[in-house]
Design a protein around this ligand. Structure first.
Ligand code: KIV
Ligand code: ZN
Length: 511
């Protein structure tokens, strides 16, 4: 039997650090549930001291995940951070505190301004302090990829002696070459006394496009935990992508002496879900989950694949959940068919919520011949977005054309239940709709990016609009809206971005 490699998913922490990818608690819960279905071993749910919103997310995720996975909270090597993380994790059945400190010369000299001895003392202290709260304490040696090898060994030996259960060796800046990084992991595995009782984790960034190669080099040399994110989200160029590393281990398990317990058929769905929630599109040629990952275009390739699939395809699309669904849903489908398909997609609802979803399904089905899985996901997510809304767009009427002056009339309800009917003219129908909405909402956001994509198939497809707006304090908020009418999608996306801005600002202020 090969070694079991733990998959530590940090989509909700490092992934959320991608600019514009911030998520509210409800959205994080949806992703956490998908991570559980995927069978990840550890969910890093957030950085609890960073904001009341993050604190609440960690708490809620811990509650929902139960004992299905370890739930982890990040801290700096600061007592207050650890106190707050421990408080957020109180309800967790399997809590882990992830604490640590920078260990490279750049961090010691310029960021922390401490000596090596002070760094070791703080590393020991943070592990011992976290151990007062939880048994499972992971230590990260930030920027280990660029640290002095001898010093790194001393730090790791010290935290292992202090009781760390996992030691994380991040290549924080994605600087390393795979051979060097692998050698670093091997030197820890070979030299640290007591390391056989502690897991070595790899946490690699993609600045040189090598995050997956680095993680695998680490596994080959003794690491037993990989830290990764769905779609490779994360700081700057992102982290190791879970779908890549899991499938690479599946294909090369023998030579790596490794396997994971990930349900690989969930990978495509997780990718789509995270992309929609964060508004970060997946490039078409992305490995494993890109739209073209299993598309054969040239005649020579098509001929080969038709004769024998493995001539040009190393993975069966069904293995990563990329195969299409067989059940065709339409306006004639009843409750049972919809419930069945939704549960296959991993959604189960109380009756009252289901009735609402069914109503929306019929509205979409009335406009389309077939309702696909992507339509259903869009319906469910749209509803989830509205549940935490400050403003709700109830109706939108637009008149435009040549030579008309584009005019929009919007009906919006605020959180106090008051309904506002407003109208405005603009340079185009979207501009008119946004100007009308601006008359009601209490905050200002400058539109930075606007993109439209058809998320389902056919001329009658649901179109999803993603917008990014910038607040007065220079923060970016993403909003999404979907509808068969693209102007309505645009207005919904704008209202959604405004709602996220308001709820994030409130969470930051602890409201
Ligand atoms: O990249 C990194 O070093 C991190 C640590 C906080 C684990 O994300
Ligand atoms: Zn990181």
């Amino acid at each position: 039997m090969t070694r079991k490699i733990d998959i530590f998913d940090t989509t909700l922490r490092d992934g959320e650090q991608s600019p514009g990818a911030s998520m509210n608690t409800e959205e994080k819960l949806v992703i956490a549930q998908e991570l559980v279905r995927m069978g990840v071993d550890v969910i890093e749910a957030g950085f609890p001291v960073s904001s009341p919103g993050d604190f609440r997310s960690v708490q809620e995720i811990a509650r929902v995940v139960g004992d299905s996975a370890i739930v982890c909270g990040l801290t700096r090597a600061v007592d207050k951070d650890i106190d707050v993380a421990a408080e957020a994790l109180k309800v967790a059945k399997r809590p882990r505190i992830h604490t640590g400190i920078g260990v490279s010369q750049a961090h010691l000299e310029h960021k922390l301004r401490i000596t090596e001895e002070e760094c070791i003392a703080r590393a020991i202290h943070c592990v011992e302090y976290a151990k007062k709260y939880v048994e499972d304490v992971e230590f990260y040696a930030e920027d280990a990829g660029r640290s002095d090898q001898e010093f790194l060994l001393r730090v790791i030996q010290a935290v292992v002696n202090a009781g760390a259960t996992v030691v994380n060796i991040p290549d924080t800046t994605g600087y390393s070459m795979p051979e060097d990084y692998g050698a670093r992991i091997k030197s820890i595995a070979d030299n640290v006394i007591g390391i056989e009782n502690v897991k070595i984790a790899v946490h690699t960034h993609n600045d040189l496009g090598m995050a997956t190669a680095l993680a695998l080099a680490g596994v080959k040399n003794g690491a037993r935990q990989i830290e990764c994110t769905v779609n490779g989200l994360g700081e700057r160029a992102g982290n190791t992508a879970v779908e890549e590393v899991v499938m690479a281990i599946k294909m090369h398990g023998e030579e790596l002496d490794a396997h994971t317990d990930i349900v690989t058929t969930e990978l495509t769905r997780a990718s789509r879900l995270v992309s929609r929630i964060t508004g970060m599109n997946v490039q078409a040629n992305k490995a494993i989950v890109g739209a073209n990952a299993f598309a054969h275009s040239s005649g020579i390739h098509q001929d080969g694949v038709l004769k024998a699939r493995h001539t040009y395809e190393i993975i069966d699309p069904a293995d990563v959940g990329a195969a299409g669904s067989e059940i065709v849903l339409s306006a004639r489908s009843g409750h049972a068919a919809l419930r069945h398909r939704l549960s296959e997609l991993g959604y189960t609802f109380e009756d009252e919520v289901f009735d609402d979803v069914y109503k929306r399904f019929l509205e979409v089905a009335d406009q389309k011949k077939e309702v696909y899985d992507e339509d259903l996901e869009s319906i469910v997510e749209e509803r989830q977005r509205e549940v935490s809304a400050v403003y709700t767009l109830n109706a939108l009427q637009v008149s435009c054309g040549d030579p008309l002056v584009p005019t929009a009339t919007a009906t919006i309800t605020d959180e106090l239940g008051e309904t506002h009917v407003v109208a405005a003219c603009g340079t185009g129908p979207v501009d008119a709709a946004y100007k009308a909405i601006d008359q009601v909402v209490s905050v200002r956001g400058d539109l930075q990016e606007f993109s439209v994509k058809a998320i389902t198939r056919g001329i009658d497809a649901i179109g999803e609009v993603t917008v990014r707006i910038v607040s007065e304090d220079d923060k970016v908020y993403t909003g999404r809206g979907s509808d068969t009418d693209i102007i309505v999608s645009s207005a919904k996306a704008y209202v959604n971005a405004i709602n996220r801005m308001i709820s994030t600002q409130r969470a930051r202020e602890g409201k």
